[in-house]
Every structure is written in C-alpha cells, then in structure tokens.
Design a protein around this ligand. Sequence first.
Ligand SMILES: Nc1ncnc2c1ncn2[C@@H]1O[C@H](COP(=O)(O)OP(=O)(O)OP(=O)(O)O)[C@@H](O)[C@H]1O
Length: 238
Amino acid sequence: MLRVEGLSHAFKNGNETTLVLQQIDFRVNKGDMVALLGSSGSGKSTLLNLMAGLMKPTEGSIYIADHNIVKMNENKLAEFRREHIGFIFQAYELIPNLTVRENIELPLVFQSTRPSIRKQKALKLLEQVGIPDKGEMFPSQLSGGQQQRVSIARSLITEPSVIFADEPTGNLDTKTEEEILAILKHLNKTMNTTFIIVTHEREVAQQTQHIITLRDGLLEKSQPAVEMDKLPVEEAVH
Ligand SMILES: Nc1ncnc2c1ncn2[C@@H]1O[C@H](COP(=O)(O)OP(=O)(O)OP(=O)(O)O)[C@@H](O)[C@H]1O
C-alpha cells in the first residue's frame, strides 16, 4: 500500500547541505498501524512530510496505492493528497472560528460534497471518536484530548488510503494519550485504515503492530512491535 524506495533527503541552506535521510527502504501493508520511532533530529518528521507529499525528496520513490507521488506535478499531487492522504498534527491545527462539525467537514467542502452528506458523515465520525455531543461547539471550548479526537475525525472523513500522524499524543497527558491511542487502534481495526505514527516514545510505538526505527537519518530497524518488546530498553530506543 505504501512503498518507500531508496529515499534520501538533504536540506540546502546557502552553501551548506545537511543530509537528513539516507537510502531509506520499507513497505507498509494496507490496514497496518506502523510507528516511526527515533530520537529528536533522527529524521522522522522529514520522512513523514515526504511521504505525505508536503515536500519532494532529493532522491528515491514513494509509492502510495501504486502511484509514485515523487513524480507527480503540483496539481496532480494536491488532488492525490485530497483523495488518498489524511494528516493528524501534534497541535491539532483546527480552525478556531469554525465549529467542531464544520472543522470535520472541511476536507469534504474542498471535494464539493453535498452539505447533507458532509453533515451525516461528520456526525457519524463524532460518534466514532467518542464526542457525539460536541459538534456545535468551537475548538477552544474543548480539552486537548477532545481537540485531537476532532482532528482524527477530520483526517478520516475522506476515507483516505493512509493517515500520517506526527506525534499525535505529544501535547497530551498520559491518561489522555492512552485514550487517543485506543481510539486510533480501534479505528485502524474497524475501518482498516493504514496509520503511520511518528513518535519518539517507545511506549507509544509499542501500541502499534510494526516499528520502524530511524537513527541519524538511517533506517536502523524495521520489526514487529512484539519483537521489540523483548529487547532491553537501551537497545530498543536510542
Ligand atoms: N528546513 C530545514 N533546513 C535544514 N535542516 C533541517 C530542516 N528541517 C529539518 N532539518 C534537520 O533535519 C534533521 C532531522 O529533522 P526532523 O525534524 O526530521 O527530525 P525528527 O526526528 O522529526 O526530530 P523531532 O523529534 O525533534 O521532531 C535535524 O538535524 C534538523 O535540524
């Protein structure tokens, strides 16, 4: 479903070039829930942004549903992203002057979906993320965990092939983190949506099925989460 091949990325600032990712290869099957684990600066966000089509890599290919997004022009990529890719941000990124329901419906507004259909889908998703009564409130009236539930619902409304989540529980306390991860796991199972979750926390990665570990821009390990469970902590996370 997702295939990364020979992916490298360097940032250029004036005369200086920083190589951030080097020859990364992996694949993710449809319906998998995968963690991208690594310490700060290891290249996780860069990899996520490349896979989500937010930037072009220096080298390599990224196939989503058999389409190489690296080769797409801006217009095609924008259309492909609207249809196939969902994104969950650490800081939720909700629009403050729209209601919760309007925020969830927004991706469908860009697809010119009929208002009655949009509303129906948003209400169903509000139920699925456990906040059925919050639709007419504004984001500022919700807790952080509730705002992240809204952001999850928004990412799902277009029924994308894959959802990329960048430290989705990074702003939340442990109890709320557990709730959000439980919701993601449930949605992964029931909707068969593929999730790629960036985290620097081993405990979060452990909640997924498969862990890809980055270290200094290199893919260090790619293994089922259960295998990682058997390693001593210092070997599992750097
Ligand atoms: N626009 C940029 N220009 C130059 N270097 C950059 C740029 N963006 C990121 N980098 C560098 O790339 C490396 C990887 O950054 P990245 O944000 O991908 O890491 P990360 O693993 O997501 O870290 P964190 O967990 O702290 O977010 C870092 O050394 C960073 O300084």
